[in-house]
Design a protein around this ligand. Structure first.
Ligand SMILES: Nc1ncnc2c1ncn2[C@@H]1O[C@H](COP(=O)(O)OP(=O)(O)OP(=O)(O)O)[C@@H](O)[C@H]1O
Ligand SMILES: [Mg+2]
Length: 256
């Protein structure tokens, strides 16, 4: 399902970390049900875009706009952006020692339910649906009872991000290198979940360096970030061109 009204509208976003401006002017539109793949060399600012949109305090937005379903995200705190329907996965999901995974996810889910005017889930109902989603994502359900990400393998951390995505069902999701560290079944699980949510109207920005998953995701657009802006926009041919020749792009390709 793809509509033309953008769910997420980012206009001329300028982001500074400390003294350094990492994003100069980034603009992109994410319509409901659409998927854009964001590519760019290491250090080009892909994760910075995710962190700035999520409201991480170290990433200072010094210009531009970000609207989610017409609502200005920038004055909102990180938790308010999540309640408004934004989900940003971590490239390197951190540990949260002492906080049980199931309690963490249930608290987030119920905050989102409350914001949508839905009933909170009790511990019993939550656990049933979390176990079901964990099974679909190939995540051992014993990880629900452990502290968030503590001692999780690289792939388990990524699957745990997917579990949150599956349960929270956001309006817009930015997935940051969700495929790195995932085995083939994990990549298949990402594609299945993303396509299911997309059919329900969730809009996606997916950061990835690898064609394997990008091909399967059937993106509506492929964007290349360079010098703090979207330097190129295209389709799968852009992703294939980058895979073939790298990020040093021939002038003809950029101008085409
Ligand atoms: N918290 C931070 N403090 C200082 N510098 C930062 C911070 N976060 C990012 N940077 C710098 O900003 C630049 C962009 O980093 P970012 O993580 O957004 O790149 P990326 O495109 O996601 O790269 P990769 O493909 O390696 O994940 C890098 O030069 C990085 O060192
Ligand atoms: Mg990154």
């Amino acid at each position: 399902m793809t509509t033309t009204t953008p769910l997420l509208q980012v206009r001329d976003l300028r982001v500074q970390i400390g003294e350094r401006t990492v994003l100069q002017s980034v603009s992109l539109n994410v319509p409901a049900g659409s998927l854009a793949v964001l590519m760019g060399a290491n250090g080009s600012g892909k994760s910075t875009l995710g962190m700035a949109l999520a409201g991480h305090p170290s990433y200072h937005v010094t210009g531009g706009q970000a609207l989610l379903a017409g609502q200005d995200l920038l004055p909102l705190a990180a938790h308010e952006r999540a309640r408004a329907g934004l989900f940003v996965s971590f490239q390197s999901p951190p540990d949260i020692p002492g906080v049980k995974n199931n309690l963490f996810i249930r608290t987030a889910l119920n905050a989102v339910h409350e914001a949508r005017g839905e009933q909170p889930l009790d511990a019993f109902d939550f656990l049933a649906s979390a176990k079901q989603s964990a099974k679909e994502l190939g995540l051992p359900e014993t990880l629900l009872a452990r502290p968030v990400n503590e001692g999780f393998s690289g792939g388990e951390r990524k699957r745990n991000e997917l579990l949150q995505l599956a349960l929270l069902q956001p309006r817009v999701a930015l997935l940051d290198e969700i495929d790195s560290g995932l085995d083939v079944d994990g990549v298949r699980a990402v594609v299945g979940l993303v396509q299911r949510l997309r059919a329900q109207g969730t809009g996606f920005v997916v950061v990835s360096h690898y064609l394997t998953m990008i091909e399967q995701l059937e993106p509506d657009a492929v964007l290349r970030l360079d010098q703090g802006r979207i330097a190129e926009t295209g389709g799968m041919e852009l992703a294939r061109g980058i895979a073939r020749t790298g990020f040093v792009r021939p002038r003809e390709a950029v101008e085409a």
